[in-house]
Design a protein around this ligand. Structure first.
Ligand code: GDP
Ligand code: ZN
Length: 458
């Protein structure tokens, strides 16, 4: 395979203190050497060493910036190719000048994700690790970054490999017995196969059970606030965002331009959705009816229902409470600073197991308790796995589900008395689907699609 030498800015653009430009490929060192002036030529320096000097323009010889240059020879590099990293002063002008100098000296501007793609194609990392790099770039909270990091370290890959090994061993065992189908052997083999399939299914289930948690850390807990007009929904939104410094992101191109606010509640990212339109109309039940309220809530990981302590329970409150049972929810009885009209005991019995918090948003009371309740709903006793491995990528989840179905089909086949050499095919499919997670047996176009999601320079 013929490869050229690529270059790109590896650090975020802007006014940072230092920027790094990365060059990778067979000509990385000679190309960098053409524009570098220091004590020694880069061709002569030992690998993995750092050198002080200047970058000059290859045509004019004009000095561009004072730099530190790191030379790393293959194969102990990120891409497993020769890599040169040039650290120059941050800021758009010097960074672009150095990059342009490299391009004039013969490097090609890297496509988004191309460094990571090379690392993958050269066997340095597998596909799930490469995707973890994407997640790392996009990680919105520290915790999300940690989940992505663990995947990057190859924990998920290791578990997938183990599973595939188990399947291969099982298939090998089968092959022996399919070739010598004595009566007893057949009976024993199908029992053996069934047990192994159940074991494999269990392990896939365990990985899938981490998926919800993974999604939460990666995308935030999609949170919807509901309640009748004037109960304090906006006040709640404000209380949560003020306390926690909201990050407001506009996401254009979605169904309608939804504005999302991320707030960080004790390390858990809450994504406050305005899709229910509470800011527009203040009353979603009246506006769109109970049925469609349901629809709006379906995309929520967490529903916060606000009730007004200063008014008796309304028919609409009852409807909302009855809908709530199907969701992860918290009931907030607000305005407890006012004389009570609401029968708290009645509300408690109506909401059942759903946590109930009383607040006075006006007096800033009860917000701590609410945050506590949110944290314990999503953290305590939940699926924090021993190894801290979360499946958080939609493609991985999809493939795990397919593999699980394959194993299920295999078990059903055995129970229905389907000949072993036929149920074997299901197990092979499971092996194949698991392999796609780590990039073994993946189609070329899928690889391109995954890597095109990267930012430039990674
Ligand atoms: P929304 O219509 O559900 O969004 O309710 P708002 O947050 O806009 O609040 C409606 C009114 O109730 C505003 O005048 C708030 O100042 C007031 N309010 C909100 N929370 C409290 C509270 O805890 N106690 C009192 N007394 N008033 C509150
Ligand atoms: Zn409001």
């Amino acid at each position: 395979m013929e490869t050229d030498t690529i270059a790109a800015i590896a650090t975020p653009l802007g006014e940072g203190g230092i920027a790094v430009i990365r060059v990778s490929g067979p000509e990385a060192i000679p190309i960098a050497d053409q524009i570098y002036k220091g004590k020694t030529s880069l061709a002569d320096v030992p690998t993995h060493t750092v050198h002080y000097g200047y970058i000059v323009h290859p045509d004019t010889g004009e000095r561009i910036d004072e730099v530190l240059v790191t030379v790393m020879r293959a194969p102990r590099t990120f891409t497993r190719e020769d890599v040169v990293e040039i650290s120059c002063h941050g800021g758009m002008v010097p960074v672009h000048a150095v990059l342009e100098a490299l391009l004039s000296a013969g490097a090609r501007l890297a496509e988004p994700g191309e460094f990571t793609k090379r690392a993958f194609l050269n066997g340095r990392i597998d596909l799930s690790q490469a995707e973890a790099v994407i997640d790392l770039i996009r990680a919105k909270t520290d915790r999300a970054a940690k989940v992505a990091l663990k995947q990057h370290e190859g924990r998920l890959s290791r578990l997938i490999r183990q599973l595939r090994n188990e399947i291969v061993e099982t298939l090998a065992h089968l092959a022996v017995n399919v070739d010598y189908p004595e009566y007893d052997a057949e009976e024993m083999t199908s029992r053996f196969l069934r047990e192994r399939c159940q074991q494999i299914e269990k392990e896939i289930d365990r990985l899938l059970s981490t998926a919800r948690q993974g999604k939460i850390y990666r995308e935030g807990i999609a949170t919807v606030i509901v309640g009748r007009p004037n109960v304090g929904k906006s006040s709640l939104m404000n209380a949560l965002t003020q306390e926690n410094k909201a990050i407001v992101t506009e996401i254009p191109g979605t169904t309608r331009d939804v504005i999302e606010e991320y707030v960080n509640v004790r390390g858990i990212p809450l994504r406050l959705l305005d899709t229910a339109g509470i800011r527009e109309t203040e009353d979603i039940v009246e506006r769109i009816g109970v049925e469609r309220t349901h629809k709006a809530l379906e995309q929520a990981d967490l529903v916060l229902l606000v009730l007004n302590y200063a008014e008796p329970l309304h028919e609409e409150d009852r409807k909302l409470i009855s809908i709530l049972k199907q969701y992860t929810a918290i009931v907030i009885v607000n305005k407890i600073d006012l004389p009570g009209q609401l029968n708290l005991e009645e509300v408690r019995s109506l909401v059942g197991d759903t946590p109930l918090i009383t607040t006075s948003l006006k007096q800033e009371k009860g917000i701590e308790e609410l945050e506590e309740a949110i944290a314990s709903l999503f953290l305590l006793g939940k699926v924090e796995t021993a190894e801290g491995t979360y499946v958080s990528n939609a493609r991985h989840i999809h493939l795990l589900k397919k593999a699980k179905q394959n194993v299920r089909d295999c078990i059903d086949g055995i129970d229905a008395g389907v000949p072993l050499d036929m149920v074997e095919i299901d197990l092979k499919n499971a092996w194949q689907n698991l392999g796609e997670i780590i990039g073994e047996a993946v189609a070329e176009d899928l690889i391109d699609q995954i890597f095109s999601q990267f930012c430039l320079g990674k």
